[in-house]
Design a protein around this ligand. Structure first.
Ligand code: IMP
Length: 195
């Protein structure tokens, strides 16, 4: 089975290919000649994942999936959530995003947070959503320098290191993206005989 993954991010493509294995040929946007800047204008993660998947399905007629991820902080009512990439402004960087988040949590004892990845899959016009969640807490200050985004200020439940203090193998084996992709994989394994 061929599926387009609506991304050109090599790291994400490699991770997904490793989980889905040989039964699925995963194509990137570049592989299908799509160089469009797909607008992510929804105010939910599932909304943005669906926008991207529907765009590819409607324009290229290809079975496909798309993802969107956010960090949801309990004491901030789920912020930055869908706005995680641009929390401190459209042109901002991870440093500014983390600084803003730590500032907004100043004096708050509830540091509970979760990363959530939503994957939207479209096969022959039928849409399915998968959610991958990793719960944890926000640190008081940055720790470690591996990974990307909010990794230095997020400690997953059951661990004492931040994501940025873990090896990429360790992080990837418990991450939100891994969990969402595992669900996609299980679904494809169960249903692929009918495609
Ligand atoms: P995307 O939907 O995968 O592009 O993720 C949106 C934003 O969420 C990124 O720009 C990061 O700020 C944040 N993010 C997503 N995944 C991670 C992660 O694994 N670690 C830290 N930050 C992440």
């Amino acid at each position: 089975m061929k599926l387009v993954f609506a991304t050109n991010n090599k790291h994400k493509l490699d991770e997904v290919k490793a989980i889905l294995g040989n039964r699925v040929e995963v194509l990137s946007l570049k592989d299908i000649g799509c160089f469009d800047d797909i607008p992510e204008t929804a105010d939910t993660l599932q909304g943005n994942a669906l926008i991207k998947a529907r765009y590819i399905y409607e324009k290229f007629g290809a079975n496909c999936f798309a993802d969107d991820t956010g960090l949801e902080v309990e004491a901030l009512g789920g912020e930055p959530g869908v706005y995680s990439a641009r929390y401190a402004g459209e042109e901002c960087c991870p440093e500014a995003n983390m600084k803003k988040l730590l500032h907004n949590l100043t004096g708050k004892s509830n540091r509970n947070a979760q990363f959530r990845t939503v994957i939207a899959l479209i096969i022959d016009g039928e849409e399915k959503l998968f959610n991958g969640i990793v719960k944890g807490r926000i640190t008081e200050e940055k720790r470690g320098d591996s990974g990307f985004g909010y990794d230095p200020i997020f400690v997953p439940e059951g661990f004492s290191e931040s994501f940025a203090q873990m090896s990429s193998e360790q992080k990837n084996s418990i991450s939100h993206r891994y969990r969402a992709t595992e669900q996609l994989s299980d679904y494809l394994n169960k249903t692929s005989d009918s495609f």
